[in-house]
Ligand binder design. Sequence first.
Ligand code: PRP
Length: 179
Amino acid sequence: MHQDVERILLTEEEVAGTIQKLADRLNADYQDKEVLCVCVLKGSVIVYSDLVRKFTFPVTFDFLIASSYESSSVSSHILKIKKDLETDIKGKHVLIIEDIIDTGHTLFHLKNELLKREPASLKICTLLDKPSRREDPMEADYVGAVIPNEFVVGCGLDYDGRYRQFPYVGVLKRECYEK
Ligand code: PRP
């Protein structure tokens, strides 16, 4: 375990088991449908690559970079798409794969934006869900693990760009982010 990690929330084996269970459900639900799998960079890259390799239905890949920020002028959050999809999703089955849903701002606005493009279906899969932090009404269709309100890193999750590569989900020591 890395010295900046206080404790492990999900071991590497537990993460692998969680990914397999998600893949089993998705394989059963999609069967022969072709699905555009959307990776929301950067955090979801680890979960995405672990998950898509377990899919037995036909897939295509696409990637986007998005973040939400608070706008004082409209007193709510606005989605900024820094890199958009290259695929026209109209009429396609789309699966967004995320590492975590926290306040829900990013996915709430991203889902609304992508629904305007008229996909055949749009589902959200996340490895981790932190419902106690929710500020926008956003529920994923597929949730790997519900976690408490702790500052977690690993499996794509970062603090200041670091720790994403840990194969486990760990709670970061408070002293690492409260300086
Ligand atoms: C993380 C994560 C989600 C989002 C969830 O991305 O990958 O996209 O935050 O948080 P929310 O529910 O509060 O909106 P982040 O914006 O940190 O960028 P990253 O993927 O590059 O780490």
